[in-house]
Design a protein around this ligand. Structure first.
Ligand code: GZL
Ligand code: ZN
Length: 369
């Protein structure tokens, strides 16, 4: 039989145990609640971070060339968190559908700006209208978009591709004049870039117009899709189709690397001495040092530069827009033309005269990309 005293003691023990358990549960509840609230705080802090940062969604078209890699690096270097930006980068792998999906994702993420490097010019009206309806400014870089309503993008920064093509064609015309090569002797093939890309449209037109005006034989125009592999494949087949090719116009350096491999594997000699049977290679970009070294070796006789460093320009546009300033709708980058041959020292396109930069190792080593 438990006496009354023992009963009171046991009840007291049970009560204090219950109180301790209650306190433990309260502490647990508060801590998990605070972890929840800290999670909420994390979420809020995350939101605050994104409010503090200018969020830029960048739809890059792919990674097909050295030019593209330099362009991507330039954008990533421009939009850093240290400078107050969050860059969301999406690689479209050269497919427009991937880029359209990326833009729609940026809209859902409510980014502050969308930057688009479009793989081809057409097919953007619908998705750019969606961005406009969402109140998100769109900046186009590099190639152009062909849209029915120019208000669908705020600004464009890039190159004048037709001018690049006309400069290259004018260099060839001056070369034939100085070397006393009859225009009808020129049998040229064009390894084009991605069909529908502004760079392809402009460079192709520049050459085609000059070939017609100068009486050159433009034997073929075939896309190499701006890649080395395709450039080689196309050159191999052209060499089988034509035995009188003496100039190869490549719409970027990666295609030129492929074409050079094919020409050398076919046992042909590369160089500017076309009168003695060499095959002259002309190209665009001048980004990779290897391409510029090829110019020194006369494996590429002339390169029309295409400047990939759009990051700082796009950043300047966004900073202007943030400050309430409307930048120019179109801004073109300045570009040079390089050769190791001193035959042509300058050339004229329209009313403007352009110096040809006679390339040296020092110039290559000093260039920023
Ligand atoms: C030109 C750019 C082109 C480069 C190629 O601005 O669009 O795309 O010339 C690249 O190397 O693939
Ligand atoms: Zn060198």
């Amino acid at each position: 039989m438990i006496d009354k005293e023992e009963l009171l003691r046991r009840t007291a023990v049970k009560k204090s145990f219950a109180i301790v358990m209650f306190l433990i549960l309260c502490i647990l509840a508060i801590s998990c609640d605070s972890s929840f609230s800290s999670k909420e705080e994390t979420v809020n802090v995350e939101d605050e971070i994104s409010d503090e940062y200018i969020v830029v969604g960048f739809s890059q078209l792919g990674a097909e060339s050295d030019w593209r890699s330099a362009n991507t690096e330039s954008m990533k270097a421009a939009f850093t968190t240290a400078d107050g930006y969050k860059l969301i980068f999406e690689d479209g792998q050269q497919k427009q559908t991937n880029q359209i999906t990326a833009i729609r994702t940026f809209i859902q993420q409510e980014v502050d700006y969308i930057v688009l490097a479009p793989v081809t010019e057409t097919g953007w009206d619908t998705v750019l209208q969606e961005a406009k309806d969402a109140g998100i400014p769109v900046i186009i870089v590099d190639r152009m978009v062909d849209v029915s309503d120019e208000s669908l993008f705020t600004c464009w920064v890039g190159s004048d591709f037709e001018l690049e093509g006309r400069k290259m064609a004018e260099w060839l015309k001056q070369y034939t004049l100085k070397e006393k090569i009859d225009p009808s002797f020129i049998h040229i093939v064009n390894i084009q870039g991605t069909i529908g890309a502004s760079a392809q449209i402009g460079r192709t037109k520049g050459l085609a117009d000059a070939a017609r005006e100068n009486g050159w034989s433009l034997l073929a125009e075939v896309t190499g899709d701006f890649t080395q592999a395709k450039g080689k494949e196309v050159m191999e087949s052209l060499l089988k189709q034509y035995d009188d090719i003496n100039v190869v116009y490549c719409e970027n350096d990666n295609e030129a690397f492929g074409a050079i491999e094919a020409i050398e594997e076919a046992g042909r000699k590369i160089g500017s001495d076309i009168a003695s049977g060499e095959i002259m290679v002309l190209s665009f970009d001048g980004v990779k040092k290897e391409a510029m070294e090829y110019v020194l070796q006369d494996k590429i006789t002339c390169i029309a530069e295409c400047n990939p460093l759009h990051g700082p320009r796009v950043k300047a546009i966004i900073e202007a827009l943030e400050a309430g300033v409307t930048p120019d709708k179109y801004s073109y980058v300045d570009e040079e033309i390089y050769s190791a041959s001193e035959v042509v020292s300058s050339l004229k396109v329209g009313e403007t005269t352009y110096d040809v930069i006679i390339l040296t190792h020092d110039i290559i080593d000093q260039r920023s990309y």
